[in-house]
Each structure stands twice: as structure tokens, then as C-alpha cells.
Design a protein around this ligand. Sequence first.
Ligand SMILES: C[S@@+](CC[C@H](N)C(=O)[O-])C[C@H]1O[C@@H](n2cnc3c(N)ncnc32)[C@H](O)[C@@H]1O
Length: 325
Amino acid sequence: MRLSNILGPLHGLWLGLTLALVPTLRAVLRAPRRFLLHPERIARVYMAHVWAGFGDGVDEGGRGEKERLIRPHAVGRVLDIGAGHGHTARYLDRARVTQYIALEPNTLMHARIRAEAAAAGFAEADGSLVVLACGAEDTGAILAKLSLTPTPSSPTHSPSHPSHTPPQIDTLISVLTLCTVPRPARTLASLVRSVLKPGGRFLMAEHVLSARADVARWQRVWAPLWSVGFDGCRMDRATDVMVAGLRVGASGGLEGEGGMEGEEGTEGWGSLEGSGGMEGKECGKGGGEGESAWSEVRTWRQEGLDTDEGGENMFGHSYGVFVKR
Ligand SMILES: C[S@@+](CC[C@H](N)C(=O)[O-])C[C@H]1O[C@@H](n2cnc3c(N)ncnc32)[C@H](O)[C@@H]1O
């Protein structure tokens, strides 16, 4: 690999530091007791400043693929996990999306979500926007909130016990978030089982572990340091493999692929070979136990990853449309 590509993450970490270190220190010094008992809040303040500097550029860089992924496929009630600043709202077709539910545990980002959503025609006042402050792994809290949340089409939505709430979401979206959530396979399986309707779509845009051994090796080297600078984001997760491998277990419940639930290592997830992915593939039983969770899968990779130079990208993206069985 070229030295410039090997050292690429250092540039990102340095930029993050220059954007976020001073304002984070200021915030901590202003109210030290607020952070003393909750050190995780420091990471949230830091990430809010990092994303204020990076978010628009990252969105701009992914605009073409997001247009292809989100606009034609997002319909009905949309749940965006790790919404960040709500950039996803830019790609929603307002005529086909009835409600934008932005799940973002970092409340420092909520004001921007509201602003982005408002520009796209979604507002809390008419029920077309809901902002949730929990983590994607907290399915119970998500269900509880959804069961109490009226939709624009059903303003008298009746509250029911969360565990009895049928799946309500038509489209689940993850853009650069499964790299960060804890226990991503379990989290996604739980969301797909409890929150996404049968026939509903999961739309994914994630940077993933490279299929190239030399690149993957450097991703694993950088991953621990990168995760400190970017709120737990792991650059060594084979999220594409995990999502494609989601299965319906013998009990009818959904499960992830075996061996992937270590916080860090993603050994054993394998890797999707080639750049074409699984174009329009109908899913049957596949290689593991149980049926695939998906009735239809379409995946593709960021352009250029199959070239010599492009293949050295440690942040190569994978995209996918997955239809729940
Ligand atoms: C790299 S940003 C991506 C934001 C947005 N999806 C976008 O593409 O612009 C990752 C986001 O995931 C959020 N996040 C972190 N932990 C999370 C969790 N456990 N559940 C859901 N979101 C989480 C972060 O706060 C951050 O906003």
C-alpha cells in the first residue's frame, strides 16, 4: 500500500482534533461536575464538534450514492438510526415519506436535525418529524416511543404495551452508523424483528472492512485509535457481511451471524468478494442456519474500489437495499 493511504486516518484524526479539542475542553472546564460523573458525555461533545466540521463534506461526497439509495426506496414511516445532523432528510421524497423519525442519542445534534428536517418539509408540530434521543440498541425504548407517537395518517394512534406493538416502520436507514453502535448484529436483528414491518426495507450506506487483506490489516491497526477520535466508530467492521447474513432462527426470531458480537473484532464475518455484490438476488437458505431475514437483496460498492489505487481506500463504502421477509 502507498504510504499516503496507510497514513490517511492520521489526517482525519488530526483534523478532528483541531476542530473539537479546544471547544470540548472549554465545555468541560465550564461545567466539570456535569462530566465528572458521566465521562461519556465528553465523547459526545467532542463528536458534536467533529461532525459540525465533517458532516456537510461527508454528505456532499456521498450525495450521488445517497440519491440512488434513499430517494427511490424510502417510503412511509422512516426510521433513521444515528441521524447525526439529519442529512438523510435531504434525500427523502416528501410525497412518499409520511414521517421522518430521527434517532440520535447525541442530543447536541438535535437542533440541526430539526433544521434539516424542516427544510425538507418535516415538522414535529404536524407529527411528520419525531426525534428520539436513545441508542439504536435500545429497541424497548424505541418501541415504547413509537407506540405513543401519532402518525400524520393516524392522529389518534392508541398507546399499547411496547411488547405488543406490531412492527410499524416501513423503512429503516443506517448511514455510517452501524460502524458505531455497540453489538451491531444484535442491534440490527432486534430492530428488524421488532420495528421493521414484513416487506419493509432496510437501506444501508456504511464504510466496511476491505476485502483486500493488506488494507484490512491496516484498518485493524488504526481501528482502536480511530474509535477514540470518532465516538466509537470502528473502521474494521464487515457490516456488509453481517447485514447480508442476517437470518431467521429456528424459533422464528432473527439472529446475526455467529461469532460477530465482540465489540471489536469482526473476525469470522468473512467478506463479500468482488464489487458487484448481490445484484437483485432472491434470498433462500444461504450458507448458515435458518432462512435469510431478507426476501430480496441488492448491494453495491462505492465506485473505484476495484482499481489499484481506489482499492487502498480504508473507508470504502458498501450500499444495500434489503427487503424484510
Ligand atoms: C458518523 S455519524 C453519521 C450521521 C448520519 N447518519 C450521517 O450520515 O450524516 C454517526 C452517528 O451515530 C450516532 N450514534 C452513536 N452511537 C449510537 C447508537 N448507539 N445508536 C444510534 N446512533 C448512534 C452518533 O451520535 C452520530 O451522530
